[in-house]
Design a protein around this ligand. Structure first.
Ligand code: GAL
Ligand code: ZN
Length: 627
């Protein structure tokens, strides 16, 4: 069955309380406890002097109540003595200022001292706990990138970046050509001349900045890899995961997921717009490894870190928990067991209040455990709809949005939401995905060109696939320089159409140059019209047909959306950001309830239905299992 658990910090509470806490956890039906992620200072109070006795004791007490442990490597918070010995561990901001100690996640992934000490600590720590019978698995570190910390701008990073570039491009000629450094006189004649992003008078080269994002993401993937290696050796038979974040993209999560056994996700719905965006994040997490994932932190009530921190209505924590399971989570671990009495998160709820009395979340966690006790482990089957999600495309657009409201995430969200409202399952796919089994695949703003992609996908279209490409697809070479061919580059024979021009559509509040507007809507041959925003490309068809033309403004009469039948399938090119996707994606009956079909481990089929308005949830076995 799916399981529940909580994050616990024995180091925050007197020893005498641990036993009682363990009993309370058991009574809430929790079965796992996650610990250790910020306790490097307690595990190694002085350089090289380790103390694991307190944690050993906490584990004993918890396991006496039948609780299993998820242990974390505590590298997110190097202890004060280490930061004093090696102040260079602390990250540097783009303005050259080194951050102060006292927060967390403030280390640079490229500083030798941090790497050396992390290796030593992780090795010692995982040797001590690797074979502990109560520990079922490991979380590496905590939320890489949290608090905008993926990128650092210190001298170590600059040097490592230059080495990374040497490895990638081999010669400076290749690098200069890939970035187009002849622009603004930036041709490099020595690797040491290459800068990193910083405060400049004008923006720096998009190629350099894109590569810096790739490099910074790779730096943490490598840091994680180092820990994975120790764990594989020292913790045989235990799974390894890391907790990923909501609406986060400074790290390439496809790459970060690769070395892990499964992905974990920290679900704080108040950081998102509502149930549809929560669902989108959950589906992205499930898709990263195409298998069940864990919720390693579930919002238990009110949080403290938003500009406003609204109360959580009764039943909401329970509904969030079930939504996780419906999207393929096999565990829901609440953050945190008891609200902190000190530190930066005192205003953050726990299952228990400061004084140890029960908070609303406790009762709801208890109900959840009860609701799922007869449900087998569940897996989501492959969806029919695939949306490609690519971090490099996102970065490329984010670096040069051209229109300030152009957001890759928003575009993906609007596409996803269209299906979510009708309860139609969606998988997210990496750019290199095999499209077999999907009926419809959407490539939203696939701005970077990938050699051979169109040929690969045309075979799938020919067999019946429906491919939807949007504006800003295949516009840039991998170094972020414009392609030297018709757009969408490489796809024009598949689309049967090419782009003749692109325009941005300022919002109505922008009142300068009133005549300089592409227009407001597109119109089909049948006369139905749809408004568009932000981006508008004009198209010219060859073997494709025009589906919608611009209705008014400067672009009136020009083609905006095209369609081409090819083999048994079809290709749509969407030239503008329409405000209603129905005519493009199909019209589906909106469902008042969210409905999910999942496969039970025993071969059964389950339907989970839940109402996002009144939080009612139903688990129903619709087909029985064979085993
Ligand atoms: C997460 C983090 C936790 C805690 C929590 C508060 O991002 O992993 O340590 O800070 O937020 O909501
Ligand atoms: Zn650095």
């Amino acid at each position: 069955m799916p399981i529940t658990g909580c994050a616990y910090y024995p180091e925050h509470w007197p020893r005498e309380r641990w036993k009682q806490d363990a009993e309370i956890m058991r009574k809430a039906g929790l079965s796992v406890v996650r610990m250790g992620e910020f306790a490097w200072d307690k595990f190694e109070p002085q350089p090289g002097k380790y103390d694991f006795a307190w944690m050993d004791e906490a584990i004993d007490i918890l396991s006496q109540e039948g609780l299993k442990i998820v242990m974390c490597t505590p590298t997110a918070t190097p202890p004060p003595w280490l930061l004093t010995q090696h102040p260079e561990i602390l990250r540097v901001e783009p303005n050259g200022v080194r951050v102060s100690a006292g927060g967390r996640r403030h280390s640079c992934a490229n500083v030798p001292a941090y790497l050396r000490h992390s290796r030593r600590l992780v090795d010692t720590f995982t040797r001590h706990y690797g074979s502990h019978p109560a520990i079922i698995g490991w979380q590496i570190d905590n939320e890489f990138g949290c608090g905008e910390t993926t990128r650092c701008y210190c001298d170590h990073c600059r040097q490592r970046f230059q080495e990374w570039l040497l490895e990638k491009y081999d010669t400076l000629d290749t690098l200069n050509a890939a970035w187009g450094t002849q622009f603004w006189g930036m041709t490099y004649s020595d690797w040491s001349e290459i800068p990193i992003p910083g405060i400049t008078t004008e923006p720096q080269s998009p190629g350099m900045r894109l590569d810096y994002r790739r490099f910074s993401s790779d730096s943490w993937v490598r840091f994680q890899q180092m820990q994975v290696e120790f764990l594989r050796q020292n913790a045989p038979g235990r799974w390894i995961t890391h907790n990923f974040m909501i609406r986060h993209w400074s790290l390439d999560y496809w790459k970060l997921a690769e070395d892990l056994d499964f992905v974990s996700y920290d679900n704080y719905p108040h950081g998102l717009r509502g149930p549809a965006e929560t669902a989108m994040n959950l589906d992205l997490m499930r898709s990263l490894k195409r298998k069940p994932f864990w919720i390693m932190e579930q919002q238990p009530g009110r949080v403290n870190w938003h500009p406003y921190n609204p109360p959580v209505p009764p039943g909401q924590v329970k509904a969030w928990s079930h939504q996780n399971i419906a999207h393929g989570a096999e565990a829901v671990v609440y953050f945190r067991f008891r609200a902190a009495r000190f530190g930066q998160e005192q205003y953050h709820d726990g299952l228990l209040k400061w004084d140890g009395s029960f908070d609303q979340g406790y009762f709801e966690a208890q109900e959840v455990a009860d609701d799922i006790k007869n449900v087998p482990p569940l897996t989501r089957p492959q969806a029919k709809i695939g949306i490609i999600f690519d971090y490099e495309d996102l970065w490329t657009v984010e670096l040069e949005p051209v229109h300030r409201d152009f957001s890759y995430w928003q575009l993906v969200y609007e596409l996803y939401q269209h299906f979510w409202e009708a309860s139609i399952p969606v998988d997210f796919l990496p750019r290199a995905a095999d499209l077999t089994g999907y009926e419809t695949v959407i490539l939203p703003c696939g701005i970077l060109q990938h050699e051979g992609e169109a040929e690969k996908w045309s075979a799938w279209v020919e067999k019946g696939g429906k491919l939807i490409l949007t504006f800003r697809t295949a516009v840039r070479e991998p170094g972020s320089i414009a392609v030297n061919e018709a757009l969408p580059a490489g796809f024009t024979s598949l689309t049967g159409a090419r782009v003749t021009g692109f325009h941005t559509a300022p919002p109505a509040t922008y009142t300068d140059w009133p005549d300089h507007r592409p227009g407001t809507a597109v119109i089909s041959p049948q006369g139905s019209s749809i408004a568009y925003k932000i981006w508008a490309e004009t198209l010219e068809t060859t073997s494709g047909e025009s589906l919608f033309t611009y209705k008014d403004g400067m672009l009136a009469g020009k083609t905006a959306i095209t369609h081409r039948r090819f083999g048994k399938g079809s290709v749509v090119y969407l030239g503008c950001w329409v405000t209603d996707f129905e005519p493009i994606l199909g019209s589906f009956k909106k469902k008042p309830l969210q409905e999910y079909l999942l496969n039970g481990e025993d071969g059964s089929t389950w339907r989970i239905t839940f109402d996002t308005a009144d939080f009612s949830v139903q688990y129903e076995q619709v087909e029985s299992g064979t085993s």
